[in-house]
Design a protein around this ligand. Structure first.
Ligand SMILES: [Zn+2]
Length: 355
């Protein structure tokens, strides 16, 4: 009887341990369409461009290495020197693990809907500016006690306000060419001016850097408890078949993540009280011929990866023998701040098994 009782206590500890150690805040960063191949293996020299005279792509000088471990550390040093050691990484096929989307479409809006609302939805079948019929975990958290007005999002892609259904959710979103949606500080006004002054290379919005700067200013000035940052340049360069610039965008994204983490650790509201989650909305083709593309006609584009760091995330490193889905991110975002999204939204996936 006593033994049985003890086992019950242990079981209940295991199931609630996650919620017992929630953090005050969560920051989610996505890298649009970054393949697991580069995430886990770094740059692949088969993809470097040759100039026909035996010349080498400058990217090969920056990111080439003898082993996958060496190459990925050159491409994403913060991911592999800090998150892989102090946090967790999901989806490494060489460790018999997998991370994948469940939406069957393998492009952006269905991917972001799945990760933020916790389930794939066949109604979300285009990248059109259609208000999301689903309540995302960001919208849901923004209505929870203690989180009201403390949720914000930043992403250059001007579909983001529709993914978050801002008409209904009223979430503040820095997007397009206006990274700071409600500029109050001198720095926010400068960031918006810079975004307007840079070349409008992609018609939908500015480069990733002003978006990240606005998000960092948000952390410093408004102290949100839930912050989402959508980085999109890697996918754009990939679509243009610029492997060199795709790699550079990935290297910059890692630097942004490092800077975000450093900023969090410099502020008492966040230091040792914040969880960082990093993932992607879809993969890409797995060959030199189709790596630039993704979508349901591109085999392999359904595979993704995820990473987590912070006091709610035990240092288990690269997870082995584990399959996870992008739909599990929504419940994870809530769980790390002590909230139960799945209980409120029964059709959604469970959170990631961080323990
Ligand atoms: Zn794309």
């Amino acid at each position: 009887m006593k033994k049985h009782h003890f086992a019950l206590i242990l079981a209940s500890l295991a199931s609630t341990a996650f919620a017992q150690n929630p953090t005050r805040s969560v920051v989610v960063v996505t890298l649009d369409g970054l393949r697991w191949q580069e995430m886990f293996g770094g740059a692949d020299e088969a993809y470097f461009k040759r100039d026909g005279k035996g010349g080498i792509d400058p990217a090969s000088k920056k990111y080439a290495g003898d082993t996958p471990e060496a190459r990925r550390a050159l491409l994403m040093p913060f991911m592999w020197k800090v998150i892989a050691k102090e946090g967790q990484i999901f989806g490494d096929p060489s460790q018999q693990s997998r991370s994948h989307v469940t939406n069957g479409l393998w492009f952006s809006y269905p991917g972001y809907n799945e990760m933020l609302s916790g389930a794939a939805d066949p109604r979300v079948d285009s990248n059109n500016k259609v208000p999301n019929p689903n309540v995302t975990v960001l919208e849901w958290l923004n209505r929870r006690p203690g989180f009201e007005g403390k949720v914000s999002a930043f992403g250059s892609w001007d579909v983001l306000p529709f993914i978050l259904n801002t008409d209904r959710s009223r979430l503040p979103v820095g997007t397009g060419f206006v990274p700071a949606p409600d500029p109050k500080t001198a720095r926010e006004r400068e960031i918006n001016q810079l975004a307007a002054d840079l070349p409008p290379y992609w018609g939908y919005g500015t480069f990733d850097a002003p978006i990240v700067y606005a998000a960092l200013e948000e952390l410093e000035s408004r102290k949100p408890r839930v912050l989402y940052i959508m980085l999109g340049e890697g996918d754009e360069w990939a679509h243009e078949s610029r492997y060199d610039l795709y790699l550079d965008a990935t290297r910059r994204a890692d630097r942004f993540i490092e800077r975000i983490w450093a900023t969090l650790q410099s502020l008492p509201e966040y230091r040792d009280r914040t969880t960082l989650l990093v993932t992607t909305d879809h993969g890409r083709g797995a060959t030199v011929k189709d790596w630039s593309d993704h979508g349901k006609d591109v085999p392999a584009a359904e595979d993704t990866w995820m990473a987590a760091l912070g006091p709610a995330v035990p240092s288990l490193g690269v997870r082995k023998n584990l399959t996870v889905t992008t739909s599990q991110l929504a419940a994870t975002i809530a769980a790390v701040v002590g909230e139960d999204f799945q209980a409120a939204m029964p059709k959604t996936a469970a959170g990631l098994p961080l323990r």
